[in-house]
Design a protein around this ligand. Sequence first.
Ligand code: NAI
Ligand code: MG
Length: 352
Amino acid sequence: MTTHRIALIPGDGIGQEVLPAACAVLDAVGKRHAIRFDYDAFDWSCARYLSEGAMMPADGLDQVRGHDAILLGAVGAPGVPDHVSLWGLLIPFRRSFRQYVNLRPIRVFDGVESPVRRAVAGEVDLVVVRENVEGEYGEIGGRLNRGFPEETAIQESIFTRAGITRIADFAFALAARRNGRLTSATKSNGIIHTMPFWDEVVAERAALHPEVTWGSEHIDALCAKLVLDPARFDVIVGSNLFGDILSDLAAAIAGSIGIAPSANINPERDFPSMFEPVHGSAPDIAGKGVANPLGAIWTAALMLEHLGHADAAAGIETAMTAVLAKTPVRTPDLGGTATTTDFTGAVLEYLP
Ligand code: NAI
Ligand code: MG
């Protein structure tokens, strides 16, 4: 029996509804594979911010540093500015724990209709590899002359050789294990310093991975091509901002943002990695019990894979694929009437 200590941070809104679903599936799959999960739950959230003035305690990072992984629902609530929730909880984890890879796989599943007519099940299966600790999401900049007509905001983008190298290497290695195709998202025609630098370093790393066929696409054209011909893509590597946008676009092509998983990975394993569905707290449907738990359940599979349990992870993927292919059970975002609990129950039934 292997035991893993998991830090659970349900967060806000539907985060509170989809994490229990993920844990139910983890526990069931654990029983079949002799894995035990010890959960420590933390109430870090916008609710905590509103009552105590901070998303998490000052020593929050230290409280979870020793866990094997962090499983997070979502943060964000009306009444709390989104930059407060993001910078008060998510971004400190990603940066302090050197989770510089944000892995976002997506697939068009058999049984889910894509809004894109040409996106066919079995053909669209791609991974967005998003740089997760630098790029456009920087702390460097400021606001001045507040309230005057000349009010100014400056936001610096930070691209480092070390940062581009490690994300490119991760993406090329992943492409080599998959179909051997990689696309690098750029905008080196318009952004004249950072993006040509990104392109140069990616090309240098590409030379070390001759088994991977790769190319660069400008982000605007890439968005169009992703809609017109999503099956063409396998691994897409992008900066923090480009990867963020591309992964939501890819999730929409797959039918719903509610199904998209993500892993914030520290590949060196010096720190715990953090696993969270791509979606946010969805205040519009929170509390109704109808959130799609698939993104969180698939996220749990990514966590198992990272923890060294590829078979158990594959079991979850088999079950969720089967529910979509063989049953009509769907939450409202996928056109059905099932509740979060109904869908989770169906996944549990199909667990091998
Ligand atoms: P969102 O992802 O919460 O919701 C966008 C739309 O998708 C909504 O109509 C929602 O109902 C639907 N949706 C999302 N997840 C779903 C699911 N599992 N099942 C069914 N429908 C689902 O994004 P939005 O509305 O931009 O942001 C809401 C809050 O969440 C904001 O405070 C935002 O800052 C935060 N947020 C947090 C993230 C995180 O914790 N990683 C990521 C994105 C947003
Ligand atoms: Mg996003």
